[in-house]
Design a protein around this ligand. Structure first.
Ligand SMILES: *[C@@H]1O[C@H](CO)[C@@H](O)[C@H](O)[C@H]1NC(C)=O
Ligand SMILES: *[C@@H]1O[C@H](CO)[C@@H](O)[C@H](O)[C@H]1NC(C)=O
Ligand SMILES: *[C@@H]1O[C@H](CO)[C@@H](O)[C@H](O)[C@H]1NC(C)=O
Ligand SMILES: *[C@@H]1O[C@H](CO)[C@@H](O)[C@H](O)[C@H]1NC(C)=O
Ligand SMILES: *[C@@H]1O[C@H](CO)[C@@H](O)[C@H](O)[C@H]1NC(C)=O
Ligand SMILES: *[C@@H]1O[C@H](CO)[C@@H](O)[C@H](O)[C@H]1NC(C)=O
Length: 420
C-alpha cells in the first residue's frame, strides 16, 4: 500500500522516533507523506509564463467562489464575513493568451493516497482551500480524464454508492460531476474506512493531464464548504479515532515538502508556533494583523484564508494597490502581465512581511519574486496580486513557502513557525 512512497519515507521514520522529544511526534499516527515540489511559473531562464500564471489565479479564485457557493447551499445563508464581488470567471475569456500547453508538473503539492479494496494508488493535490475528495471514474470518457488513474467503484469491495450526485462548476462552462461513494481511503498508513469521495464521470479542462499532473483533488478545509455536504478526510479520521491529535501540518518549500497527519514534525521547524484563531470554520480563515514592505506597514486587519492550493498571495485591488504604492519602483503590470498583476524592479525586490497573531513573518525575496516579465525590461512580477472576484485575501505558497504551518482542527487555529 505504501509502495510508491520513496525510500526516504522509510529512512525518515526511525530518525523521527529517535530524535523527536517525547511530547512531540510520538504518536504512531504522526505519519508523513512526502510531497512533490512546486517551483512556480518561471522557465529555465527565469522568465515568467504569463498564461500559466493568469490561468492559475483564475482557477484558484474560481475554486474559492465554488466553496462560498457551497457554504450558502449547505447553511442556507451567505458566508458571514467573506464576500464575493464577482461570480465564476470564464477562464477562456479572461486569460491573456491561449490555454498553455505547458506542464503543470511542478505546480501542485501532490502526493499518493490509496483508495478501495484491494487498495489502488492515486496521486492527489492536497488542498486546504476546498473540502472534498474527487477522482476520475471509469465512466469518464472525455479527453480530460485520459492519462489519469481512474477509480472504479465496481472493482472495490468497500465502495458504497451513496445515491448522491455532485456537480462542481468551472469557469469555462465545464463541470466535474459524478457520483458520491463512501470508501476506505489511506494516506501514508492512516486509514478512514467511511470516507466520502466523488467519482467523476466528467472532468473539466483544467484537469487534463497536461495541466494537472495529479489524478484528483484532496480537500482539507471544513465541511461547511463541502459540495458533498460530507466530512472531509481528516475530520473522518478524527471521528474514527485514527489520530491522537486532531491536527495536520505542512512544510511547503522547494527544498523539501511534507504533509504530516496527527501532529507537527519537530525536525522541520524551530521555536514556538504563533497561533491565529480560525474566525469561521469553513475555510482556514484567519486575520492578518498587517502587511509591511521594507519595514513600513501600509495595511492592517485583513480577512484571509490559508490555501495550499494557491501559489500567489491574492488580495482585494484597493489594498494591494496601497501596498505596492509604498514600494519604490513598483508598477501596475495589468496591461503587460494580466489583470491584477504588479511588478517590482528585479534588482530591488522588496522585503515583505506579514503579521499574524502579533508576530511578523518575512517573505524571502526569492519567494516573493515570481520571475522577470520579459527580456527587455527590468521588471519582475510580485508575489502579491490583486483580484476583483473576492474582497478578502488568499494566503498561498508565496507566504507558506517561508514557514512551517500547522492546521489545528481541535482548537480551530492555524500555527506558523520558522522553518528549521
Ligand atoms: C465496472 O464499470 C465499468 C464502467 O462503468 C465497466 O466498463 C466494467 O465492465 C465494470 N466492471 C465490472 C466488473 O462490473
Ligand atoms: C458513513 O458516512 C456517511 C456519509 O458521511 C454517513 O451518512 C454514514 O452514517 C456513515 N456510516 C457509518 C457506519 O459511520
Ligand atoms: C526554502 O526555499 C527557499 C527557496 O525558495 C530557500 O532559499 C530556503 O533556504 C528554503 N528554506 C528551508 C528551511 O529549506
Ligand atoms: C482594505 O482592507 C480593509 C481591512 O479589511 C477593509 O476595511 C477595506 O474595505 C479594504 N479596502 C477595500 C477597498 O476593499
Ligand atoms: C492598472 O492598470 C489598468 C490598465 O492597464 C487599469 O485598468 C487599472 O485600473 C489599474 N489598476 C490600478 C489599481 O490602478
Ligand atoms: C517587457 O516588459 C516591460 C516591463 O518590464 C514592458 O514595459 C514591455 O512592454 C514588455 N515587452 C513586451 C514585448 O511585452
Amino acid at each position: 500500500m505504501m509502495r510508491a512512497t520513496s525510500s526516504l519515507f522509510f529512512a525518515a521514520l526511525p530518525l523521527l522516533s529517535l530524535a523527536a522529544p517525547l511530547e512531540k511526534s510520538t504518536s504512531t499516527h504522526g505519519i508523513k507523506i512526502p510531497l512533490n515540489k512546486r517551483t512556480g511559473f518561471t522557465d529555465s531562464e527565469g522568465f515568467v509564463n504569463l498564461d500559466l500564471m493568469n490561468l492559475h489565479i483564475l482557477q484558484s479564485t474560481n475554486k474559492i467562489v465554488r466553496g462560498l457557493n457551497a457554504f450558502e447551499t449547505n447553511l442556507g445563508f451567505a458566508h458571514p464575513s467573506l464576500s464575493l464581488v464577482d461570480a465564476l470567471v470564464d477562464v477562456n475569456k479572461r486569460a491573456v493568451g491561449a490555454v498553455p500547453l505547458v506542464s503543470f508538473e511542478n505546480m501542485l503539492w501532490h502526493g499518493k493516497i490509496s483508495v478501495g479494496t484491494p487498495a489502488k494508488e492515486y496521486d492527489v493535490d492536497f488542498d486546504t482551500g476546498s473540502a472534498d475528495i474527487f477522482l476520475p471514474g471509469p465512466q469518464c470518457d472525455d479527453i480530460n480524464c485520459q492519462g489519469h488513474a481512474l477509480f472504479a467503484p465496481n472493482a472495490s469491495s468497500t465502495a458504497k454508492d451513496t445515491d448522491q450526485t455532485f456537480q462542481l462548476q468551472y469557469g469555462d462552462g465545464s463541470s466535474v460531476s459524478g457520483q458520491v461513494y463512501t470508501e476506505t481511503v489511506t494516506v501514508s498508513g492512516v486509514t478512514a474506512t467511511n470516507q466520502s469521495i466523488g467519482v467523476a464521470s466528467t472532468f473539466s479542462s483544467g484537469f487534463s493531464k497536461n495541466q494537472f499532473p495529479a489524478d484528483g483533488v484532496f480537500g482539507m478545509g471544513f465541511q461547511d464548504i463541502s459540495a458533498f455536504k460530507q466530512p472531509p478526510f481528516v475530520q473522518t479520521l478524527i471521528a474514527e479515532g485514527q489520530l491522537d491529535q486532531p491536527v495536520f501540518s505542512f512544510k511547503l518549500n522547494t527544498t523539501g515538502s511534507e504533509l504530516l497527519l496527527g501532529g507537527a514534525n519537530s525536525e522541520l521547524y524551530k521555536g514556538d508556533f504563533t497561533y491565529v484563531p480560525v474566525t469561521e470554520k469553513a475555510y482556514w480563515q484567519v486575520d492578518i494583523d498587517g502587511v509591511s514592505a521594507n519595514g513600513k506597514q501600509s495595511l492592517t486587519n485583513l480577512a484571509s484564508i490559508v490555501d495550499t492550493g494557491t501559489t500567489f498571495i491574492l488580495g482585494d485591488s484597493d489594498n494591494v494597490s496601497k501596498l505596492y504604492e509604498s514600494i519604490p519602483g513598483a508598477k501596475n503590470a495589468s496591461a503587460v502581465a494580466g489583470a491584477g498583476m504588479w511588478s517590482v524592479p528585479c534588482d530591488s525586490i522588496p522585503e515583505i512581511s506579514m503579521t499574524f497573531g502579533g508576530r511578523s513573518f518575512d517573505i524571502a525575496p526569492e519567494t516573493f519574486n515570481m520571475g522577470k516579465i520579459n527580456g527587455t525590461g527590468n521588471d519582475c512580477i510580485g508575489g502579491i496580486a490583486a483580484t476583483d472576484v473576492i474582497n478578502f485575501w488568499i494566503i498561498g505558497d508565496v507566504f507558506l513557502n517561508n514557514v512551517y504551518t500547522t492546521f489545528d482542527i481541535g482548537q480551530a487555529r492555524v500555527g506558523f513557525a520558522d522553518l528549521a
